[in-house]
Write a protein that binds this ligand. Structure first.
Ligand SMILES: Cc1cc2nc3c(=O)[nH]c(=O)nc-3n(C[C@H](O)[C@H](O)[C@H](O)COP(=O)(O)O)c2cc1C
Length: 358
């Protein structure tokens, strides 16, 4: 059930597949005989210099995957010179993760209980030392993740006669995991992770029907940099900028929300054309290889975020597993740049690609 929670998408998982297919459709236009290229991979994102342009996307309930949890994720990012974004529903309080990781941390905001809750989460994140707030706008209600429904763990989470035995067997089959989870726990209280559902589990509390007016309110409350995550069109990106965004993330939530939404890579050029001159544009969804990072940057992204890849690293080997995923992606990106004859991420542009993508 934990694997399916991470791996799955909404409905028929069409959008989830589209994300990956769009990267598979990219063709590079390398410059041969470029000599000994030593590519520069570092970029500045919202004023922070990072060693290579891959950030760790906000993900809920990561403590379910490994006891290292969000703190391990933040430490892994820091050890590789990049940044992780803590989800409101990560399972650990922002104060704890910020305190234990001792690394710059971004915070992603959900607020199912309205603006007063958003205000208090903003204040807590600011007090914990967070400088960058990322508001997710693609979750007015939770997507229909049918793998979770099948396991009986979709909100409202209920253990009953139908799922008690299969769930119990899965837990019993992994005693070390179950013991660690029992020992470290997941904070489900309002004082802990942030908002909690109305008696129906943490994930049901993510539904955050923000309006653009709400975003202006949150922007005015927030002292630092402000990022809007989940735009899929130039028009929405423009509204995000008009609402005060310093950056936007082109994202369809990894295909976990609106099934049928387009691949993120496909919508990236339109967003860059609409707002790329004014704010930084980031992208996530379907990035599995270093070459995918190169393709996204060639189409105008400042940097990318990854979700599932680092979650699988975390599930396999905790903090060190996340480090390993970052090392693999970095090595792949480096090799791709050398093979293309491109000496710096600054030089990437659509000229490095064959025909317009996807
Ligand atoms: C298990 C899981 C939990 C997620 N939880 C959140 C969340 O709490 N907040 C959020 O804004 N996005 C969440 N996302 C979406 C990610 O931030 C990101 O947009 C997505 O994973 C990118 O696609 P990828 O997994 O193909 O890399 C989650 C994704 C996964 C896989």
């Amino acid at each position: 059930m934990v694997f399916d929670y991470v791996d799955g998408g909404a409905d028929d998982e069409v959008t989830m597949r589209r994300n990956e297919d769009a990267f598979a459709a990219v063709a590079f236009r390398p410059k041969m005989a470029s000599g000994n290229v030593e590519p520069r991979l570092g970029v500045t994102v919202l004023g922070t210099e990072i060693d290579f342009p891959v950030l760790l996307a906000p993900c809920g309930l990561v403590r379910l995957l490994h006891a290292d949890g969000p703190t391990g994720v933040a430490r892994a990012a820091a050890s590789r010179g990049t940044v992780s974004v803590l989800s409101t529903v990560s399972g650990s309080p922002v104060e704890v993760v910020a305190g234990e990781s001792k690394a710059p941390l971004w915070f992603q905001l959900y607020s199912s209980a309205g603006l007063s809750e958003a205000d208090s989460l903003c204040d807590r994140a600011a007090a914990a030392g967070v400088d960058v707030l990322m508001v997710t706008v693609d979750t007015p209600t939770l997507g229909n993740r049918e793998r979770d429904v099948r396991h009986g763990v979709a909100p409202p989470l209920r253990v009953d006669a139908h799922n008690a035995v299969p769930l119990g067997l899965q837990v019993l089959a992994r005693p070390r995991w179950a013991a660690q989870l029992a020992a470290t726990g997941i904070r489900l209280s309002r004082k802990g992770a942030g908002p909690v559902g109305h008696g129906s589990g943490l994930l049901s509390s993510v539904a955050s029907p923000f309006s653009w007016d709400d975003l202006v309110h949150v922007r005015n409350r927030w002292h630092g940099q402000f990022v809007v995550k989940g735009v899929l069109s130039g028009a929405d990106a423009r509204r995000a900028v008009d609402s005060g965004a310093d950056a936007v993330v082109v994202s369809n939530h990894g295909g976990r929300q609106l099934d049928g939404a387009p691949a993120t890579l496909q919508t990236l050029p339109g967003v860059v054309a609409a707002v790329g001159g004014d704010v930084e544009v980031l992208i996530d969804g379907g990035i599995r290889r270093g070459s995918h990072v190169v393709a996204a940057l060639a189409l105008g992204a400042r940097a990318v975020l990854i979700g599932r890849p680092y979650l699988f690293g975390l599930a396999s080997a905790g903090e060190q597993g996340v480090v390993r995923i970052l090392d693999i992606l970095r090595a792949e990106m480096h090799r791709t740049m050398v093979l293309m004859g491109c000496s710096s991420v600054d030089q990437l542009s659509p000229d490095w690609l064959e025909v317009p993508r996807t």
